[in-house]
Design a binder for this molecule. Structure first.
Ligand SMILES: Nc1ncnc2c1ncn2[C@@H]1O[C@H](COP(=O)(O)OP(=O)(O)O)[C@@H](O)[C@H]1O
Ligand SMILES: [Mg+2]
Length: 459
């Protein structure tokens, strides 16, 4: 269609050229040329005119096509920015609006034709406008994209936007405008503030809890100290009268034994036996009190050497070096802690193992270390003795709690309470496993280094 229009136009041009030449020949008769030359000139002139006309028409068509293509491109771009949920706008170097997208129109109730030429100072309160302008200038000055958080007053209050602004460059390389893309992050911001508020609430709640725990711990420590001091002085004060009872009973037996009948002498010997037992009880109570109060001195401790020594002492002290009990003490059992107190731990655990295997024909006592499911290591003292019922396992570490009768196995029921306190004071833990007549194992874990925990906090 365009081509046929062009040809028609060119033919019209040619006709006009021929007519012009005829007129000129008629006005200058003196210049008469032979007819064929005249025809040649006529054709050449017409062709020249035709070419010129075609060139100018082509240029016009090209310009029109380019304009249409540019329009098409602009429409497409506008479609893209109009479908964006972000607010998009272009302002010139002086801050005058060149273009805004549909989101902007909706938000601020203004049509894009109306906003062109206005500035933010016509649209927003001065402080907000000044803030936006400052960010525009920053992007212009840096010649690169700038990101900023902007607070924009809207009908329902201030909204927070995260805005990206970058300068637009013309073909000469000059920054002629600023393009801004702003995304509303108000909800995100509110959620963040809420999370922060909750967090700080939680922190203060935690701090409150911690201080209450500290207070309670201090109270508990104070009352434990008082109780210990009481137990200590009572035990101490009991010693003198007890010694007197025991001493005088023995004197009566020695000096006046013959004046008593057999029943009288039996009663008195029972008094003496009871005082011996009570004296041991007092010793144990004093040890328990010391284990609770003594300052811990942290050193490397060779538990293997300690266990060997304790077992050797037991063998010789019991006066039965041939007792059929196999003793295994693993090498390299190293710990860190208070040597005197850890000795008390091993002393009690091993002498229990020794005591509760006494009735076995063939027994085994094993002191060693093993890996736990959580990756840590536990020391253990295992025996194949009388064992105990697991239902009462939680009573073992409570003072005076015994799972066996004194007739079967002598004892005061304080040893494991001492062990428990010492392990706790080291920041470790201890637990027991046993089965009646099938032995028992006592496991304990000690921290590898002095725990950061305030000493006594684990009590
Ligand atoms: N190795 C063990 N095997 C079986 N029972 C044990 C063992 N060690 C301790 N027990 C039980 O735990 C109780 C408390 O032990 P402990 O405090 O050492 O007191 P004591 O040795 O004076 O009886 C014991 O009376 C016993 O019932
Ligand atoms: Mg004991």
């Amino acid at each position: 269609m365009a081509v046929s229009v062009l040809v028609v136009v060119c033919l019209l041009d040619l006709g006009l050229a021929i007519r012009a030449h005829g007129d000129m020949a008629r006005r200058t008769p003196l210049l008469s040329l032979p007819p064929f030359v005249e025809v040649l000139v006529l054709v050449a002139t017409s062709l020249w005119a035709l070419a010129a006309a075609m060139r100018s028409r082509l240029a016009l068509i090209r310009a029109e096509t380019a304009r249409l293509a540019a329009d098409e491109e602009a429409k497409r771009l506008l479609q893209v920015i109009d479908n964006s949920p972000a607010v998009i706008y272009m302002r010139d170097r002086e801050g005058r609006y060149l273009l805004v997208n549909r989101r902007y129109e909706e938000l601020f109730g203004i049509r894009r034709e109306e906003i062109v030429g206005r500035t933010d100072f016509d649209m927003f309160p001065p402080e907000a406008a000044a803030d936006f302008r400052a960010n525009d200038l920053k992007a212009l000055a840096s010649g690169a994209a700038v990101q900023a958080e902007e607070s924009v007053p809207q009908v329902d209050g201030a909204h927070t936007y995260i805005t990206l602004k970058y300068p637009l460059t013309d073909i000469a390389g000059r920054h002629y405008a600023i393009c801004g893309i702003s995304t509303d992050i108000t909800d995100l911001k509110r959620a963040e503030e809420e999370a922060n508020r909750l967090n700080s609430g939680l922190e203060s709640l935690n701090a409150g809890l911690e201080s209450r725990v500290r207070e309670r711990t201090a109270e508990l420590e104070a009352s434990t100290r008082e109780l210990d001091a009481f137990a200590y002085s009572v035990s101490h004060d009991l010693r003198a009268p007890l010694r007197a009872v025991a001493g005088f009973s023995e004197l009566i037996l020695e000096d006046y034994g013959s004046a008593l009948d057999a029943t009288g002498r039996d009663y008195l010997s029972r008094v003496v036996a009871a005082t011996t037992r009570m004296s041991r009880l007092i010793d144990d109570l004093l040890t328990l009190s010391r284990a609770t109060r003594a300052e811990l001195s942290w050193r490397p401790v060779d538990l293997s050497a300690m266990a060997q020594r304790i077992l050797a002492d037991l063998r010789s002290a019991e006066g039965d070096p041939e007792r059929p009990v196999e003793l295994i003490v693993e090498d390299g059992l190293h710990a860190t802690g208070d040597p005197a107190l850890l000795e008390l731990v091993l002393q009690n655990l091993i002498s229990n193992a020794w005591k509760f295997t006494a009735k076995q024909d063939k027994a085994l006592i094993h002191v060693g270390v093993e890996r736990l499911a959580d990756g840590g290591c536990a020391f253990f003292v295992r025996d194949t003795g009388a064992g105990f019922d697991m239902r009462y396992a939680d009573k073992l570490f409570v003072p005076f709690q015994r799972l066996h009768s004194v007739d079967d196995f002598a004892g005061t029921g304080i040893g494991l309470a001492i062990v428990g306190r010492i392990i706790n004071r080291h920041g470790g833990r201890i637990w027991a496993e046993g089965h009646p007549e099938r032995g028992a194992v006592f496991r304990f874990v000690l921290p590898e280094h002095r725990p950061a925990l305030r000493e006594g906090g684990a009590r």
